[in-house]
Design a protein around this ligand. Structure first.
Ligand SMILES: Nc1ncnc2c1ncn2[C@@H]1O[C@H](COP(=O)(O)OP(=O)(O)OP(=O)(O)O)[C@@H](O)[C@H]1O
Ligand SMILES: CC(C)(CO)[C@@H](O)C(=O)[O-]
Ligand code: BAL
Length: 292
């Protein structure tokens, strides 16, 4: 595996690979890799000739009071894990390489409307503008055939698919199901922030979704009833503060009164100071696709 930090270097590498007729899969990450990321990388490796993964903690998608400065970073460990997962090129640019005039001085952005306005977009103003802009930069740098994203960030996937469709971007978006710890917690780099009691409390997210799944499987179709049941379960955990619980159309992210597939049951909950997200994609034919 080659570790590269400069845009011109990675461009040169992919130009040569493309000249050889190789297909390229891109796996964008913010690093501090876990099994969720490694699953994306293995999937990309199974489907493409070459995998380019990126490790970049993007300041443009963090709010001023968010955790950019303390976000976990360990490039040596990430390099070993990425190489073992089959990554061919690991692109890990410093902030100055991606934003040479400073990210605060950027003049051009990619803004996606509507699907960015609710859920995480409402609690993290500017977040999806930062994501769409940096993902566009990565697409322009690597020019991948396909790019791989995790369903854990369900709204991010909708935003990126919308951007690619509306702007005719030449890349196929592949979504990979959520990878969980054995007790149900969705894997996340931010899980390292959790103290032992908080780690236990964090199980309320997946438990609330499991409850929603049971109710859906039993025929419940009222979004308000599902949300009330999840809210009640989470409110019994003193370390948890609900940011949002939502039942929406999985493609438009418009809130639903009556559940119809495909629906996205999504939530964001603060456990102590750590904000965690999780979701359940409900598809009528197979009911819930992901096991708890
Ligand atoms: N548990 C998971 N299962 C599947 N994909 C995941 C999982 N966690 C992260 N991903 C995906 O990995 C890619 C990189 O995500 P990112 O580096 O932000 O990791 P993260 O663990 O979600 O971090 P954080 O939760 O701290 O934002 C994204 O496409 C994300 O959806
Ligand atoms: C897609 C991404 C790498 C853009 O910074 C980030 O939002 C993430 O890790 O999900
Ligand atoms: N996985 C989404 C990146 C973020 O929380 O900023």
């Amino acid at each position: 595996m080659q570790l590269v930090t400069r845009i011109d270097e990675v461009k040169k590498l992919v130009r040569e690979l493309r000249r050889q007729g190789k297909t390229i899969g891109l796996v964008p990450t913010m690093g501090y890799l876990h099994e969720g990321h490694l699953t994306l990388m293995r999937r990309a490796k199974a489907e493409q000739d070459v995998v380019v993964a990126t490790v970049f903690v993007n300041p443009l998608q963090f709010g001023p009071s968010e955790d950019f400065a303390v976000y976990p970073r360990d490039l040596d460990r990430d390099s070993r894990l990425a190489a073992a997962a089959g990554v061919d090129v690991l692109f890990a640019p410093p902030v100055e390489e991606m934003y040479p005039r400073g990210y605060e001085n950027m003049l051009a952005f990619v803004d996606v409307r509507r699907v960015t306005e609710r859920l995480c977009g409402a609690s993290r103003p500017g977040h999806f503008r930062g994501v769409a802009t940096v993902v566009t930069k990565l697409f322009n740098i690597v020019e991948p055939d396909a790019a791989y994203f995790g369903q854990k960030d369900a709204q991010q996937v909708v935003v990126i698919r919308t951007m690619v469709r509306d702007l005719n971007m030449n890349v196929r978006i592949v979504t990979v199901p959520i990878v969980r710890e054995p007790d149900g917690l969705a894997m996340s780099s931010r899980n390292v922030y959790l103290a032992p009691a908080e780690r236990q409390a964090a199980l309320v997210l997946s438990r609330a979704l499991k409850l929603a799944k049971e109710k859906l499987d039993a025929g419940e179709r009222s979004a308000a009833t599902l949300i009330a049941a999840m809210r009640e379960l989470i409110s019994r955990e003193p370390l948890a503060t609900i940011d949002y619980i939502s039942v929406s159309d999985a493609e438009t992210l418009e809130e639903l009164d009556t559940v119809r597939a495909p629906a996205l049951v999504a939530l964001a909950v603060k456990i102590g100071k750590t904000r965690l997200i999780d979701n359940l994609l409900w598809e009528e034919t197979q009911h819930v696709s992901h096991a708890f």
